[in-house]
Every structure is written in C-alpha cells, then in structure tokens.
Design a protein around this ligand. Structure first.
Ligand SMILES: Nc1ncnc2c1ncn2[C@@H]1O[C@H](COP(=O)(O)OP(=O)(O)OP(=O)(O)O)[C@@H](O)[C@H]1O
Length: 245
C-alpha cells in the first residue's frame, strides 16, 4: 500500500515539529527518512500510526485517511518502535501470543499460533522463540519486535531506528530479514534512521528531514552524486546541525 503525506503540519507550542511535509512512499517501496535529532521523524511516525493528529494536512495509507482507519490501522500498519520494551520472564513465543491476544489477531487460537510461528520464522528466531527473552541479544529483541509488527500481515511497516545500538552482525541479520520480508510480502517500508550507510543499502529512496521540512529526496545514488562520501556528505551539507543537536 502506498503512503501519501500531504502538507502535514504539527506544532508543539512554539516548535513547528513538522512544517508542511509532503512525500509519497510507493507501494512495495523501502523509503528511508533521515534527519538530525529533533527533525520531526518520531512526530511524523506518531501521526502515521494514528497516535496523534496533524494540525493541518493529511496522511493516507492505501488511499484511506489514517484518521478514518480507526482500529483497522493496527492491521494495516505494523510498527517497530526503537525500544519495544518486552516484559521480563517470558519467552519470545509467549510475548508474541500476548501481542496477538491484545490485538485480536487470528480467527482462532490455532490461526494465531500459526501466525506466531510464521512471523518468528520470517525474522529467523529459530529455536530461540521458546527461550526467555532476558537472554536475547539486542539484535534478537529487535527481530522479535519485528515479528510482533508482522503478526497482522500489515501492508505497511514503520521502523523507528531499526539498527540503533546493533553490532555489525545484528545490522546484517536485520537487513537480511527485511529483504526476505519484502520478497515474501511486498510490504511497504518507511524507516527512520541515523544509519546513513544502512539507508543506502536498504532503501530505494531517501528523504532528508531538517527542522520539520523535507529538504531533499531521491535515490541514495542521486542524493550522494555530488559528494565524495555519498549520502553522508549530502546529509551534512543539507542539514548543518539540527535544532536538538
Ligand atoms: N510532546 C512534545 N512536546 C513538545 N515538543 C515536542 C514534543 N515532541 C517532540 N517535540 C519537539 O518537536 C521537534 C521534533 O521532535 P521529534 O521527536 O519528532 O524529532 P526526531 O526527528 O524524531 O528526533 P530524534 O532523532 O532525536 O528522535 C523537536 O524539537 C522536539 O523537541
């Protein structure tokens, strides 16, 4: 499903967190939103996920305004927060079962169990799914979060800093999983990230957000074309600091 962000404004008192943001993520595309700290990425994600409303403008997912989707938004959009915050003492499978239960996922307990097994397999958790989460690495926790986001077979995935804090092996494993998810499901991906090298590798297009405005957009090659160090050079010259830096 395609995501259309049209002239979106969101203010907090005297801060224009989003100041007229326009862009489209095409169906099946992986789009990276990069920006300085405080550029407005989390604010935008909150609006897309329906946790908050724009002061002005509209956000549609598959031609439906997210404000009209109501509870169906949880089926259409899977969200991977930066820190999913799992309860201690549970196995991965128990955690996914809790998510499925709370969100009413699965027509029957058998259906829910099948979806849980499918999501766990997709993210490559293997036998670890029946081990306590307390022993999971950060990368495994992130992949468990992704499995939770995939439970409802969403058309859109919102990934907030999916590689933050992961070692290179964890980053590579997550990249592999995202590639597989795209191949298997054709899901549309919007990811907010500070990892520019990773955005270059994973994303079809990248948008640069600075002080609540989209200041550039294109393929990583297009954006980095005039800079020796590619997207990173483009990012530095386009942003120059950031309000929360
Ligand atoms: N609830 C809030 N109340 C007041 N100001 C806020 C609130 N949420 C965000 N802001 C401000 O809005 C601006 C955008 O913040 P936002 O968290 O969306 O940026 P971000 O790009 O996600 O930053 P980061 O990369 O640091 O997570 C910042 O100046 C921030 O301080």
């Amino acid at each position: 499903m395609r995501i259309d962000i049209t002239n979106v404004h969101r203010r907090y008192d005297d801060v224009a967190a989003l100041d007229g943001v326009d862009f489209t993520v095409e169906s099946g595309e992986a789009y990276g939103l990069v920006g300085t700290n405080g550029a407005g990425k989390s604010t935008l994600f909150g609006l897309i996920a329906g946790h908050d409303r724009p002061d002005e403008g509209a956000i549609t997912v598959g031609d439906r305004d997210v404000r009209e989707l109501g509870w169906r938004i949880r089926e259409a959009i899977g969200v991977l927060p930066e820190d999913p915050g799992f309860p201690p003492g549970e196995t991965g499978r128990e955690t996914l079962a809790f998510h499925a239960d709370v969100r009413g996922i699965g027509a029957s307990p058998e259906d829910a169990a099948e979806r849980i097994a499918g999501a766990a397999a997709t993210v490559g958790l293997g036998d670890a799914i029946d081990r306590p989460i307390d022993g999971y690495s950060k990368g495994m926790r992130r992949r468990l979060g992704l499995a939770a986001a995939l439970l409802a077979n969403p058309s859109v995935l919102l990934l907030d800093e999916p590689t933050a804090g992961l070692d290179p092996n964890g980053v590579a494993a997550l990249r592999e999983v995202l590639t597989r998810v795209r191949e298997e499901t054709g899901v549309t991906i919007l990811m907010a990230t500070h990892a520019l090298r990773e955005a270059e590798r994973v994303c079809d297009r990248v948008g640069v957000l600075d002080d609540g405005r989209l200041v550039a957009e294109g393929t990583p090659d297009e954006l980095g074309a005039d800079h020796e160090d590619g997207l990173e050079g483009a990012f530095v010259s386009l942003t120059g600091g950031g309000r929360d830096a």
